[in-house]
Design a protein around this ligand. Structure first.
Ligand SMILES: Cc1cc2nc3c(=O)[nH]c(=O)nc-3n(C[C@H](O)[C@H](O)[C@H](O)COP(=O)(O)O)c2cc1C
Length: 165
């Protein structure tokens, strides 16, 4: 893994999250990895930004609120099982690092760790958040994705550093 300029990253933005999934790590005292597949990449406020969506029911939500940063980590196909574990169990109940057989490694620009062995990791500083307001859904079919009415909080993270294999 080596630092890579973000404008040199080769990504397939409509596959990498939706199909490959990623591990969002948040929290500093007790960092927690959580599987995500909703989000995106782009330019906002003249900066490279990575966006993630987290429901308030997740333990990760509490971690994000106290860390002001996150890392987004993409794993090789051999580590798919770790993504399944971290998208099923909660850090409230178990140490997901141990359960998934993965390990944290210190980040360079944020206090939240990356995932050791990831093929791509983004170190992100949270610039802003917003809560999804269902009153603003124009396509009412989206309501079906919120049976518990746990509408996501959106986190815009400035990509301070990208590591790629
Ligand atoms: C493929 C996949 C994608 C997921 N994407 C998200 C997501 O983008 N946002 C979210 O809030 N939860 C998402 N989840 C659910 C969380 O990963 C899951 O509820 C997890 O157990 C929460 O862990 P935590 O309580 O330790 O935060 C996803 C789960 C899977 C399996």
């Amino acid at each position: 893994m080596r630092p890579t300029p973000v404008d040199r990253l080769q990504l397939e933005p409509f596959r990498i999250l939706d199909k490959d999934w990623a591990l969002l790590v948040a929290g500093t005292a007790s960092p927690n990895p959580m599987t995500v597949s909703w989000g995106g990449f782009g330019t906002l406020w003249n900066r490279p930004v990575c966006t993630v969506f987290v429901r308030p029911t997740r333990h990760t939500f509490e971690c994000l609120e106290q860390s002001a940063a996150f890392t987004l980590n993409f794993l090789a196909p051999e580590l798919r099982h770790a993504l399944a574990v971290c998208g099923d169990l909660s850090g409230r109940d178990v140490d997901k690092w141990k359960a998934a057989g993965i390990a944290p490694v210190a980040s360079q620009n944020v206090k939240v760790p990356r995932v050791a062995g990831a093929i791509l990791s983004l170190e992100c500083k949270i610039l802003a958040t917003a809560d999804i307001d269902p009153a603003r859904f124009l396509d009412r079919s989206i309501d079906a994705l919120y049976p518990e009415k746990d509408y996501h909080r959106v986190y815009w993270g400035e990509v301070l550093l990208a590591w790629s294999a």
